[in-house]
Design a protein around this ligand. Structure first.
Ligand SMILES: Nc1ncnc2c1ncn2[C@@H]1O[C@H](COP(=O)(O)OP(=O)(O)O)[C@@H](O)[C@H]1O
Ligand SMILES: [Mg+2]
Length: 281
């Protein structure tokens, strides 16, 4: 009889947790579908609409500047679609353990400078200043420079995206006593509560859907970044306070402690990463 009771109890617990899991899954799923519909359909509508206009040039006699404007809109929208699709492919490869890194010796300061330079325009448009404090004695690290650029571009662009005009994003990088490198990206932006941070690190999680819609995105940047850093045997952590700002810290080990990187890759290897759609530029 005791056995029966335990069994019934276990069944109830299992049913309960299955129900909760189901509820979370369906919430994430419906949020994902509404995000998808915004992130994919808006740019697709632009592509469809403006390419139709261009194709009717014979009848419409478009002016040169209109043609350039429509082509630019199509190009930007297609670029956005590509980025969204790449993010979705990335997260699914990461989740299935089929992600590969191309490891080489890299100078992190260069990776950071390139990431910052690519966001200059975005920062200028947002009225946000990007400051740097990058030590000159950073050790070389072993890693995938394209992936690390993706990580830092995403974190710094978040800093810019979620900071109001007049705010500052500071990128610091220095060598730790144990030979690892610490990179901190600190902003004076809208910040997040502790719970928000957890949501932000969950795939497709956006802290507050209404606010997130104010700033577009799929909620994949941070989970991908965290996984990519962990594939480098590093760590990514976030400290944030609402209305004060956010600091994202990334620790990357020195190249001596990650000599296993390539060997691990072979184990994980399945789908090569260059299967991703490569940007045409
Ligand atoms: N620096 C930041 N300050 C405040 N909120 C942030 C910051 N970075 C990320 N977030 C929150 O975390 C969410 C997820 O970020 P991310 O994974 O990069 O996805 P996305 O940028 O596509 O929304 C963002 O939508 C935002 O709500
Ligand atoms: Mg982002």
């Amino acid at each position: 009889m005791l056995g029966d009771a335990v069994l019934r109890h276990r069944t109830r617990v299992a049913e309960h947790s299955a129900r909760i899991e189901g509820e979370v899954a369906s919430r994430v799923k419906s949020e994902f579908i509404s995000n998808m519909s915004h992130e994919l359909r808006t740019p697709l509508n632009t592509v469809v609409g403006f390419s139709k206009l261009l194709s009717e040039h014979g009848r419409r006699h478009l002016k040169d500047d209109e043609i350039v404007q429509y082509a630019t809109l199509i190009h930007d929208s297609a670029g956005h679609l590509l980025a969204v699709i790449n993010d979705i492919l990335d997260i699914s490869k990461i989740q299935s353990g089929k992600y590969t890194l191309d490891a080489s010796e890299i100078a992190l300061d260069q990776v950071l400078q390139i990431s910052i330079a690519s966001l200059e325009l975005m920062a200028a448009e947002a009225g946000v200043t990007v400051e740097t404090e990058i030590a000159t004695d950073l050790p070389m690290i072993r890693g995938d420079s394209v992936k690390l650029r993706q990580v830092f571009t995403n974190i710094i662009s978040n800093g810019i995206k979620f900071t109001r005009s007049g705010g500052v994003v500071t990128v610091r990088a220095f060598r730790m006593p144990d030979g690892s490198t610490l990179v901190e990206i600190a902003d004076t932006g809208i910040g997040m509560s502790e719970e928000d941070v957890k949501i932000a690190l969950t795939p497709f999680g956006q802290v507050d859907s209404s606010r997130a819609r104010w700033r577009e995105g799929m909620g994949l940047g941070l989970p991908i970044s965290k996984s990519l850093i962990e594939l480098h045997s590093g760590q990514l952590s976030i400290v944030s306070e609402k209305d004060v700002g956010t600091t994202v810290s990334v620790v990357l080990p020195s190249r001596h402690s990650v000599t296993a990187l390539n060997q691990n890759d072979d184990v994980r290897l399945g789908v090569r990463n260059d299967e991703r759609f490569a940007p045409a530029i």
